[in-house]
Design a protein around this ligand. Structure first.
Ligand code: NYM
Ligand code: MG
Length: 216
């Protein structure tokens, strides 16, 4: 189990299909919370590590890897950061993260792997207090700039990933909040902030639930 502390930071993860607005909303939330407490914004894959640079090559279609091997590499790329995420949270820093293990499972399920296999390597990672899921329809996402450059950016794949994100087993044990990307950015960001405030009230100073383990 992760060490615990009385006034830890909030751990919020943003998930969704490619081009669903995760980066924009996660950065806006980080900026918002940053006015009152230290915040760390991060994203997965973290392309800066050796494992991450291999994943970057894979996603840019410059390297081929088997689907199972790539799944484990995405998970390893999170484990590289797991201890520092727990450490930051326990020192009172909010951690806002663009993609996490839910993307890991959803994209690999879309590639034909089963949920149990997909969850196993990520079991035990720091569990987020809140997942903000940006729901977008694949056809709409395909209209966005530069769409199609990345390995998984094509409509059939995105449709499968979208279905996988809705599996109850994938969402189990974590607080999810779904957002409709067709609404304006302002409306959605206001709701993101509300959801974060509510999660913060649940895990605020003095009442912080211990940092839990994902899917454990
Ligand atoms: N991706 C991301 C996975 O397939 N598994 C994972 O565990 C994670 C974190 O990488 N298409 C995929 C989803 C995206 C791509 O793109 C990362 P972006 O635009 O950097 O979020
Ligand atoms: Mg993308």
């Amino acid at each position: 189990p992760w060490p615990t502390c009385g006034s830890r930071g909030l751990f919020v993860v943003f998930e969704g299909l490619d081009r669903s607005g995760k980066s924009t909303h996660s950065k806006l939330l980080a900026e918002h919370l940053g006015s009152e407490a230290p915040v760390r914004w991060m994203c997965f894959p973290d392309r800066s590590s050796p494992i991450g640079s291999l994943l970057d090559l894979y996603l840019r279609k410059q390297a081929s890897l088997s689907i199972s091997a790539v799944h484990l590499l995405f998970s390893a790329n999170r484990w590289e950061q797991a201890a520092s995420i727990a450490e930051d949270l326990n020192s009172g820093t909010h951690v806002i993260c663009d993609r996490y293990a839910f993307s890991g499972a959803a994209y690999s399920i879309a590639n034909g792997l089963d949920l149990g296999f997909c969850q196993a390597p990520d079991r035990g990672l720091p569990a987020p207090d809140l997942v903000c899921f940006m729901r977008v329809c694949p056809e709409e996402a395909a209209q966005r700039e530069d769409y199609g450059l990345s390995r998984y950016e094509y409509p059939e794949m995105q449709a499968k990933v979208g279905k996988a994100f809705d599996l109850p087993g994938l969402r189990a044990g974590v607080a999810w909040h779904d957002f409709d990307s067709r609404r304006s950015q302002e409306v959605n960001q206001a709701e993101v902030r509300d959801a974060a405030r509510q999660a913060l009230a649940r895990s605020g100073p003095g009442t912080a639930p211990p940092l839990r383990q994902l899917w454990a």
